[in-house]
Design a protein around this ligand. Structure first.
Ligand code: NDP
Length: 393
């Protein structure tokens, strides 16, 4: 019987807990730990079988080590915030336990995410004989696996990659983010970045857009170029890549609110003095915005996230689009969460399942596309994220 420790009880943590609870033959014993234990207890009450809960400040490495030593999990799934990644990896190293996350490390005082910090753990994880699987959400996560699947089954070389993320859902709020507001706003307001002909090129934030006709009845939507973390590993691991970009849809209302918040300084990540005490504006803003987990019952519509790839097979040009469509209301009916949390939490459970069954194994730190995509793609169909592909050429 395998044991899993899930850290983080937000929107994504709730979905991971639900989905792990649905697979008792793999996740025999589950503990959900987070900064606020009452959130873990509230999730636990909704689950079809008993799970343990605990209070944990995952920035405190000795505390995390102690919890791991008392529960003795086979795997730690980190769905707290990117700021905790290195601390939780340190605790896993100290205790010899495998690690999985959905977002790469980001220092709290600098809006810059990169894999370098976590890749630096490769040798120590390898020597310890344990595995870290990075970015097992949807994007990063399923998108990396889509690339690996296309590489394995469709292409000799993939020359152009466009990852396209559309949330066509509507929660009826004037402004809200679908996952942690602080992380989301830091990502969206950063400079755009894409890979072309062997180098990174930058764009002003949200200054490039294109229209894309999404399947599943979603239709034409405007998408904006963003820098997204999976590009960093994919340009290393995809054979023949010449250009890699990431696009996301935003409504005009979202962009208008974001611009105003930015213009008045509410998205700043540096402290300001207010009534004699330091306040970080973006953290204050987070406290006022709707909790992403609360959007579940309100959100209607669909998401479509996919990889559009152009390349060659046996000397012939080929285009492949692999995507998933997910319905917000169907997710809520199943696990009481909206589709952004769902599309992140299901791949986290699948990555964990493949590690625990040994179908994905290795010593060191790995990105998703370094693993065999087939068992993951098969589990996506089985566990609520069916995918489709359109192949031309
Ligand atoms: P939330 O803000 O809803 O939840 C984060 C949870 O982590 C909260 O329960 C919070 O506790 C807890 N937490 C924060 N700090 C600590 C700490 N020091 N110790 C223990 N627990 C802590 O975020 P989401 O659920 O929306 O997102 C979770 C993760 O998923 C993020 O890293 C996000 O970037 C990632 N993500 C990845 C995606 C992908 O496709 N790859 C897509 C969407 C999200 P408290 O309740 O007390 O604040």
């Amino acid at each position: 019987m395998k044991k899993v420790l899930i850290i983080g009880a937000g929107g994504v943590g709730a979905v991971v807990a639900h989905k792990c609870a649905q697979v008792p033959e793999v996740f025999g014993d589950i503990m959900l730990a987070s900064r606020t234990q009452s959130k873990c207890d509230a999730i636990a009450k909704e689950l079809p079988r008993p799970v343990r809960t605990a209070a944990l400040d995952a920035d405190n490495v000795p505390e995390t080590i102690q919890l791991i030593q008392s529960f003795l999990p086979d795997l730690v799934i980190n769905v707290a915030l990117p700021y905790q990644d290195l601390h939780i990896m340190d605790a896993c190293l100290a205790t010899g336990v495998n690690y999985l996350d959905t977002a790469n490390y980001e220092p709290p005082d600098e809006a810059r995410f990169a894999y370098a910090w976590q890749w630096a753990y490769h040798d120590s994880f390898k020597e310890r004989g344990i595995m870290a699987l990075l970015g097992s959400g949807f994007d990063p996560g399923a998108t990396n696996v889509f690339c690996a699947y296309a590489q394995k089954h469709h292409f000799d070389e993939i020359h152009q990659l466009d990852i396209i993320d559309c949330n066509a859902g509507d929660h009826g709020k004037p402004f809200a983010t679908n996952f942690n507001p602080e992380i989301n706003i830091r990502e969206v307001t950063a400079r755009g970045r894409y890979w072309e002909h062997g180098e990174w090129l930058e764009t002003d934030p949200l200054s490039w857009s294109m229209n894309f006709d999404f399947p599943g009845g979603i239709g034409l939507k405007k998408c904006y170029l963003l820098y997204h973390e999976e590009l960093e590993s994919l340009v290393r691991n995809v054979t023949g890549i010449k250009r890699a970009r990431f696009w996301m849809t935003f409504s005009d209302t979202y962009l208008m609110h974001l611009k105003v918040l930015e213009n008045v300084g509410m998205t700043r990540i540096d402290p300001i003095m207010y009534h004699g005490r330091e306040v970080i504006p973006i953290q204050f803003l987070k406290a006022m915005l709707p909790d992403p987990a609360s959007l579940g019952p309100l959100t209607k519509g669909k998401t479509c996230i996919g990889c559009l790839m152009k390349g060659v097979k046996s000397g012939k040009e080929k285009t492949v689009f692999i995507y998933n469509i997910c319905d917000h209301e169907a997710c809520f009916r199943e696990v009481k969460a909206q589709a952004i949390s769902y599309t992140t939490g299901v791949p986290a459970m699948i990555g964990g399942l493949l590690m625990l069954t040994g179908e994905w194994a290795g010593n060191g730190v790995f990105n998703m596309e370094q693993m065999d995509p087939d068992p993951f793609m098969e589990r996506m169909n089985k566990h609520g994220l069916p995918w489709q592909e359109v192949v031309t050429g």
